[in-house]
Design a protein around this ligand. Structure first.
Ligand SMILES: Cc1cc2nc3c(=O)[nH]c(=O)nc-3n(C[C@H](O)[C@H](O)[C@H](O)COP(=O)(O)O)c2cc1C
Length: 224
């Protein structure tokens, strides 16, 4: 009997030890519906937003396409912040298929505007961000997700640029079949990386007023 009790206690201790071991190794599953603890966000102090930046809603409601820029150079840290804004956009299945090419070489800018009439604004800009989609990173190729990922990233850049007092415009590369390979060639992009748009940037040399695009006829509630 004494031997039996001793054996039970030993088995119990071993089981408790095994459960603790599995939990420490991360083998045990969280209860159904429970979310894994998210990784800690970087401290807000690491995000250096310049003083005077507009709030997000005002920036969205007042943004306009700006196609003329002064010769004042755009500081590198602002370009870096704009790329970070692009990379902060939502992404289908979190595939992060969008790639960003900063172009500040006047020769490359000139080459693009010669090849692509839609990017004529590059002639007046000192820097541009090319937003491209990496087809190799798509989780469901052919469904159109690189274009969607890229479009939301580009919009983040356009809004953030306006919020920081810069002018910017979407100049289309996709879906023009002749523009895509031309820009790929100039920028030496891999075959699977397709340029979606080019966003020239600069301090505005034109002032545009806000346009109110709210149209009640385009708003439907519950059903059409
Ligand atoms: C998908 C897309 C493609 C565009 N392509 C060009 C373009 O190639 N060149 C250009 O100057 N503007 C282009 N635009 C900017 C539009 O012309 C502009 O957003 C529109 O005229 C409304 O003006 P706003 O941006 O000032 O509100 C494009 C915008 C989008 C969303």
């Amino acid at each position: 009997m004494q031997v039996f009790r001793y054996a039970v206690t030993t088995v119990q201790i071993m089981m408790v030890g095994a459960i603790i071991g599995l939990a420490l190794a991360g083998v045990t599953k969280p209860a159904a519906g429970a979310e894994a603890k998210p990784a800690a966000a970087p401290p807000a102090a690491e995000i250096k937003v310049p003083g005077g930046t507009m709030d997000a809603v005002t920036a969205i409601l007042t943004r306009r396409s700006i196609r003329n820029y002064t010769s004042r150079p755009v500081p590198e840290e602002l370009v870096q912040l704009l790329v970070t804004a692009g990379m902060s956009a939502p992404s289908a299945f979190n595939e992060r298929s969008t790639e960003f090419v900063v172009v500040n070489d006047p020769k490359v800018m000139a080459e693009i505007s010669q090849t692509n009439p839609a990017s004529m604004q590059l002639k007046r800009a000192s820097v541009a961000i090319v937003v491209a989609g990496h087809q190799g990173k798509e989780k469901f190729p052919g469904k159109g997700y690189w274009q969607l990922d890229g479009a939301v990233a580009a919009e983040n850049i356009l809004v953030a640029a306006h919020a920081m007092g810069l002018g910017a415009v979407w100049t289309a590369i996709y879906p023009y079949p002749e523009r895509i390979p031309a820009v790929q060639k100039i920028l030496k992009l891999p075959e699977q990386v397709l340029p979606l748009c080019i966003i020239p940037l600069g301090y505005p040399a034109e002032q545009k007023v806000r346009e109110n695009h709210f149209d009640p006829a385009r708003l439907h509630t519950n059903t059409w």
